[in-house]
Design a binder for this molecule. Sequence first.
Ligand SMILES: NC(=O)c1ccc[n+]([C@@H]2O[C@H](COP(=O)([O-])OP(=O)(O)OC[C@H]3O[C@@H](n4cnc5c(N)ncnc54)[C@H](OP(=O)(O)O)[C@@H]3O)[C@@H](O)[C@H]2O)c1
Length: 301
Amino acid sequence: MLSMTHLEAGEGPCVATTRRDCMVSGSPGYQPAMDAQATLPLPSGRAHPVLGLGTWQLFQDPVGTLAEALRLGYRLMDTSGDYGTQRAVGEALRRSQLHREEIFLVTKVEEDEDAYDATRRNLEELGLHYTDLMLIHRPPASGVGEELWRGLNRARDEGLTREIGVSNYAVHQLDALAQATGETPAVNQIEWSPFGWSRQMLDHCRANHILIQAYSPLTRTERLADERLAEIAADYGRTPAQILLGWNLQLGVVPLPKANHREHLAENLDVFDFELDEEHMHQLGALNHQWSALGESLQYV
Ligand SMILES: NC(=O)c1ccc[n+]([C@@H]2O[C@H](COP(=O)([O-])OP(=O)(O)OC[C@H]3O[C@@H](n4cnc5c(N)ncnc54)[C@H](OP(=O)(O)O)[C@@H]3O)[C@@H](O)[C@H]2O)c1
């Protein structure tokens, strides 16, 4: 259950109870008022946007949709070698008026690939010189990805990616990888919403300065009609989707909502001018029953 007292007492990249407090002074992208261009600092000092756009199954006019997302203010895009959206992401970036450094691009290598070769292939598809963050998509069947990590390290050494991290890792797997390689991943991208999250994971990531990226933060729409969520949304004059995103932002977790519809793109960015109070944060956290949009319990608990 979510305890704000505990949040306040925690350690890690962001221990704030308010979104404004999530901005850590001195981080490269520090802005006093939070918006989609606000950032959280990674251990390297690099700035990581507080919200991003998911691109899994973003197949309707992908380049046009992504260009519109950039125009609206999205600065982080999440893709993967197996999403079929890398070409469109690269094309939208090239067509935008933005400098490459203004965008935080995340992509992934599969657990059965050679991570270094896959990084090169992904970059070719993207048509870019580097990614900002390259993730191991999921832990391999045996071990915790030590060999994959070595491949990503080489890619980083050669400037092909700025940061490296993991996805779908449980706490014990994060620990084992850090022990085996001597390096803690900068990011763990996991499924995360009030209906499915983990206090243990949150505490572990805060203590070890691992930033959590929340995938399926809108529960793939499956829980947007939840009665309690709808009541809280009505209290704030917001949509259920906006409340789910606000909950993440206030935890210092980076939501990656996917939206193909233009109205969804805009709605999901319009989340920086309200703040959930302690009681509502608590009530949302209490909806947790380790639910997963994948139809099973959360993979990492
Ligand atoms: N690392 C991993 O293993 C992993 C696994 C899954 C996902 N991901 C990443 O996380 C991203 C997000 O997760 P997801 O795509 O599974 O699910 P999601 O973001 O929870 O949900 C996407 C669905 O919500 C709809 N939607 C968006 N905004 C809405 C709003 N304001 N109101 C109502 N409905 C709204 C979208 O509709 P429209 O598209 O029609 O607008 C789409 O059907 C993915 O795209 C991917 O980048 C990573």
